[in-house]
Design a protein around this ligand. Sequence first.
Ligand code: EPU
Length: 417
Amino acid sequence: MKVLEITGGKELSGTIRISGAKNSSVALIPAAILADDTVTICNVPEITDTDALSDILTYLGAEVRRASESIVINPVTIENKEIKEEQAKKLRASYYFMGALLGKYKHVEMYFPGGCSIGQRPINLHLKGFEALGATVTNDGNKYIVDADELNGANIYLDIASVGATINIMLAAVKAKGKTTIDNAAKEPEIVNIATFLNNMGAKISGAGTSEIVIDGVDSLKGCFHEVIPDRIEAGTYTIIGALMGNYLKIDNIIPEHLESLTSKLTEMGVSLDIGPDYLIVNSEKNYKPVNVKTLGYPGFPTDLQQPFSVLLTKCNGESSIVETIWENRFMHVPYLNKMGAKIEVEGMKAKISGPTPLKCCEVEATDLRAGAALVAAALTAEGTTTITNINHILRGYENIVEKLTDVGAKIELKEI
Ligand code: EPU
């Protein structure tokens, strides 16, 4: 079993370079299927989620080559065969193969995807979108069979601005006949990144990044070169760590606009930030003010940062609150933070954090990816050596986390026990 051992209390200085966005890369890799020629995607993080998707592509018959931080994919030899259940279950993003294979072959058979247990995570909106385009969806136990004679553009309204459904519908509609409109589309920067990738291949997508996306179907898509945007959640996590332990800690290779909901909250709390064109410098201060946070779709405060952010709130003078509106199980890290000395009360989807409370080491478990990131942040501030178990969740989303933190002065070791 792999564990992380972290001895807290070390000041962190120097530069952390942010990797390409996980939540873009995990859609771009399946989207490569749609091209009729080789695509090169650069700035892809080497994390287990991108490895798992590359493995699925290889299994389907694509030529996949990793060259440093780039992935070169030749999808020409792909066969539209059923992805094995254990492959689909490895991660959430395997569901992007549904939209991509449907878009290319008009038929796909896929098992229900896996991923962090942070809520129910239905895929009804993805399926509703496929049906609106003319596909029939049948459910065979845990497997979906989606089939169409022809895909035709349609007006699709999403009840919830779902990131996954917006991307999956774009993938399915990009080669459909005629015009598709997605209303109440999600506006996350990752969606803009996927739309740009498809447009680089020759697609005609406009409005990505707004709540109305329009897709004019095209007959074919060519190969292209594309770059993944920096990971705003990784950047946010290290910025929060900097607010806890930073002494002139530089978070480099970021798009500051993507982090505005976080940086404005940090400023409100009294964190010292110097924001440049593609970096920020963060210093830990004393006497942070308590704040209230509500998670929302972009450009609101991201749910993926509320867990690490809750650790920072334990340092505030007074009572802060977090209202989680996206995932019903995103407070699973709280019992572990309380075990470390925090005073957090959870009621339904709301947490009340009373501070300041010093944290002390103990053995804790990463129950999901961002819970794991929260525990890393907590361990870096805690007295003594904290052991974090079940760290596969963390390795799914944070590239070279041990090296990046070690380089700025943290005492963190990955051990096999
Ligand atoms: N929802 C439905 N039906 C659907 C789809 C979604 O009811 O068909 C609901 C969900 O249950 C949830 C809400 O809509 O309550 C939003 O879900 P969304 O579809 O936007 O989430 P997702 O696409 O499954 C992505 C990220 C998550 C991130 C959310 C929200 C990927 C692979 N995952 O998930 O990232 O929390 O958007 O921003 O892109 C993470 O990185 O740790 C992570 C969980």
